[in-house]
Design a protein around this ligand. Structure first.
Ligand code: NAD
Length: 350
């Protein structure tokens, strides 16, 4: 299983770490370091089996390679999982042991926040390694910067579909009013868009609607809502065999990770005349922020780089049109060109 999975997905290195004293069990997957050290968060999760943990960390680290490459960052892709029930296993001693473990990798893997790991956890890890970003001394919450990148991505999609990037009076439906969804809604409202919001947390929707000029839609009715842009900003897998036939939008562009249940769904959207902006291109603002922290730079610079996601996406849409592919295929091809050392940028290769 291990060699089959790691070699087939092109991983350079997969390391297992244990520490009997603290009960640490961690897997670090370094997918590709052609463009620089691998960077990706540490997920703490109680996987059913070790094979599930390995499959998840490999899938996630490969995705980080593509996200970093497509964002023109000098970074590779990596990810880590600590196996166990977070409240039960997460102690300072375990996190320090984990920091020592990743320190052994000599800077080939840099960690950050992910599901069930926090800024406070990164502060503890930083006591035993320098290979960590997203600490409280860092550039702060990346979510508004992720939203800023997604906002510019949505503008680019509008330009491609409607011939103007103006979102004035365009109806955008946002699924998920969390840290990213709320910031995105506020940027869109400031631009004059007609924003509809939805969340499984009815209180969050009510509170947001009280303070903002938005419409609301029930979580189960979100897909069939007639709109220009559907922006998934909650969970993955929401564009699937069941939801695609019900979609009433021209554009699917959101910040959630793994929006498509399966890769083939990008083709199905294209066949239906719906423009799908690859999630990992649109939501790269978070990675851009922690990369800025690692490489040195300011939060303002991270905002500027996230805004450039719009131009990058427009170039990818043009490439996809020229080649008759989906934008997802164009984005993957661009990332692979960078990784293979073509040293290309979109502007120079378009
Ligand atoms: P969050 O946890 O703050 O918010 C998620 C929101 O989605 C919550 O309000 C939750 O109630 C809601 N939700 C969950 N399931 C839902 C459903 N089925 N229908 C409607 N709403 C639902 O998360 P976030 O930081 O805002 O991130 C949102 C998405 O963007 C995630 O997929 C995340 O992986 C991705 N992302 C976030 C960042 C970042 O900087 N925060 C960066 C890259 C990608």
């Amino acid at each position: 299983m291990v060699f089959e999975l790691t070699a087939d997905s092109g991983h350079e290195q997969v390391s297992y770490f244990t520490d009997p004293e603290t009960g640490l069990r961690a897997i670090v997957a370094i997918h590709d370091t052609s463009l620089g050290p691998s960077l990706g968060g540490t997920r703490i999760f109680d996987y059913d089996t070790e094979d599930d943990a390995l499959a998840d960390v490999c899938r996630l680290s490969q995705a980080m390679t593509y996200k970093a490459a497509a964002a023109d960052l000098p970074l590779g892709g990596g990810k880590a999982v600590i196996v166990g029930d977070p409240p039960a296993i997460k102690t300072e001693a375990l996190l320090e042991a984990y920091g020592r473990a990743i320190d052994c990798l000599g800077g080939r893997y840099i960690t950050s926040v992910d599901v069930n790991s926090s800024v406070e956890d990164m502060d503890v890890i930083a006591q035993t390694t320098d290979s960590v970003v997203g600490t409280s001394d860092g550039l702060g919450d990346p979510s508004p910067i992720t939203a800023h990148g997604a906002f510019h991505g949505i503008r680019a999609c509008a330009e491609a579909v409607y011939g103007t990037g103006s979102l004035s009076d365009r109806e955008v439906v946002i699924q998920g009013l969390g840290k990213v969804g709320r910031s995105l809604a506020e940027e869109l409202l400031a631009e004059g868009a007609a924003v509809t919001v939805s969340d499984i947390d009815a209180d969050a929707v009510e509170a947001f609607a009280r303070d903002h000029d938005v419409e609301t839609v029930a979580p189960e009715a979100v897909y069939e809502r007639d709109c220009d842009v559907f922006a998934p900003c909650a969970v993955g897998g929401v564009v699937n065999d069941d939801t695609i036939p019900t979609l009433e939008c021209d554009i699917v562009a959101g910040a959630a990770n793994n929006v498509l249940a399966e890769r083939r769904h990008a083709n199905e959207l294209r066949d239906r005349g719906v423009l799908y902006a690859p999630d990992y291109v649109l939501n790269a603002g978070g990675l851009i922020t922690v990369a800025k922290e690692h490489l040195g730079g300011t939060r303002e610079e991270a905002y500027d780089e996230a805004a450039a996601i719009g131009d990058r996406l427009l170039e990818l849409i043009e490439r996809a049109d020229d080649r008759g592919t989906t934008v997802l295929d164009a984005a993957d091809a661009y990332a692979e060109e960078r990784i293979d050392g073509a040293e290309t940028t979109l502007a120079s290769s378009a």
